[in-house]
Design a binder for this molecule. Structure first.
Ligand SMILES: Nc1ncnc2c1ncn2[C@@H]1O[C@H](COP(=O)(O)OP(=O)(O)OP(=O)(O)O)[C@@H](O)[C@H]1O
Ligand SMILES: [Mg+2]
Length: 380
């Protein structure tokens, strides 16, 4: 008997919508099909405008329309995935849809002029789940992050519980590092009495993509070859690492509201240097911020990378350089394609909702308790 769920993920990089069809009927989740849905350029630009906290656009009208458009595109991804996999939508138990984050301020908006304890933290993902349900004929679970925020948590990262389920091992400590727009890690101790920890380490690909588009007109630096042609600028790296986020204690999570090109430009100032040296330095920034956090947690174990950044050879080599006492691999070694881990996690979170099982880990997000996450949007 199959237990089919679909996971939908579109991350901060806006590189596309990842859709996966997963069967949970056995011990390990089995990936039946996957599909990467392109985001049309006009829609991508509209989403980028909504993500820009400093743009005083007519945000409510734009958000309403973009919410529906993303819902339609997510539905198209699901229908394409079902067709390609030869599976009927009526055989799918539910879709887990992450949505598209357009704002992540779990600690409150720092421009409210209020002290942090008087601010109302929030996180906002759009991509209308009602539209997805209506268009696909499949029940949808969405809006996974807000309950955790309501419980005083960061609402992120939410993947550690899934990482524990699929990658946890009783004989060896494992570190799972997802390098998306931001990078997040999960520490899975072999000893179950030790707590699972996890948080966002800082930028993953977002600054690399932004700088690359600006100077080469390419959406990302394929395999890191452009960055590799530059040289690390140690003084700039130290200034970038001077940001408080890197020394802040966990729980912590971040987004494009903080790590964006304006942040980089403010630190660069009027200092001139070859643009590819900046790219090389940004690779070192992502790598060292990941490596330093890992070394703070443990001094041994295996490190498994996933997410788009695990396809950037220069970034992976640089991470391995800073982690020479660890073995650095990717999740393929554990049987899960690194491109689909996040989307599979949202299929799993939909299943957790259906089974009324908690999706968050208070040791990770800082929420006051474990909770069933998400809202249910039935087709009926
Ligand atoms: N071959 C490659 N070489 C270099 N970078 C790559 C390659 N393939 C993907 N990437 C990088 O990975 C990014 C996409 O990664 P991914 O889809 O994991 O991030 P995301 O959508 O932001 O998800 P999230 O932040 O939620 O984890 C691209 O924007 C690009 O920077
Ligand atoms: Mg992506």
């Amino acid at each position: 008997m199959n237990e089919l769920y679909i996971g939908l993920m579109s991350g901060t990089s806006l590189d596309g919508i990842d859709a996966v069809l997963v069967d949970f009927c056995q011990d390990a989740p089995r990936l039946i099909g996957n599909h990467a849905q392109t985001i049309p350029n006009v829609l991508r630009t509209q989403i980028q405008q909504l993500c820009d906290a400093e743009l005083p656009a007519n945000e409510i009208n734009q958000m309403g329309a973009v919410d529906r458009q993303i819902g339609l595109l997510f539905a198209e991804a699901v229908l394409t995935l079902c067709k390609q996999s030869g599976v009927s939508p009526k055989d799918i138990k539910a879709i887990g849809s992450h949505g598209q984050t357009i704002r992540h301020y779990p600690n409150g908006h720092d421009q409210q002029g209020l002290s942090p304890n008087k601010q109302h933290g929030f996180t906002l993902q759009i991509g209308d789940a009602n539209t997805i349900a209506v268009q696909t004929g499949i029940d949808v679970v969405a809006d996974f992050r807000k309950k955790d925020v309501a419980l005083g948590g960061q609402g992120a990262p939410l993947v550690p519980a899934f990482h524990q389920y699929v990658f946890g091992d009783k004989s060896v400590d494992r570190m799972i590092v997802n390098i998306g727009g931001m990078a997040n890690l999960t520490f899975l101790p072999a000893q179950r009495e030790q707590q699972v920890t996890g948080y966002d380490t800082g930028p993953g690909n977002t600054l690399l993509d932004g700088w690359c588009i600006r100077h080469t007109n390419q959406p990302y630096d394929k395999d890191g070859s452009w960055g590799r042609s530059g040289e690390l600028n140690q003084a700039l790296l130290q200034r970038l690492l001077g940001d408080d986020y890197f020394t802040q204690a966990s729980p912590k999570s971040t987004g494009r509201e903080k790590f964006n090109l304006s942040w980089l430009e403010a630190i660069l100032g009027d200092q001139s240097m070859p643009v590819q040296d900046v790219q090389a330095t940004l690779v070192h920034l992502s790598a060292i911020s990941i490596a330093d956090e890992i070394k703070q947690i443990t001094n041994k174990g295996d490190v498994y990378l996933c997410g788009g950044g695990s396809r950037n050879g220069y970034l992976v080599e640089t991470i391995a350089l800073y982690l020479n006492e660890f073995e650095v691999m990717n999740t393929e070694v554990l049987g899960v394609n690194p491109d689909w881990v996040e989307a599979i996690a949202f299929a799993w979170l939909a299943r957790a909702y259906v089974l009324k099982q908690p999706g968050n880990m208070p040791s990770v997000t800082g929420a006051s308790r474990a909770a069933v996450l998400g809202c249910y949007f039935p087709f009926a």
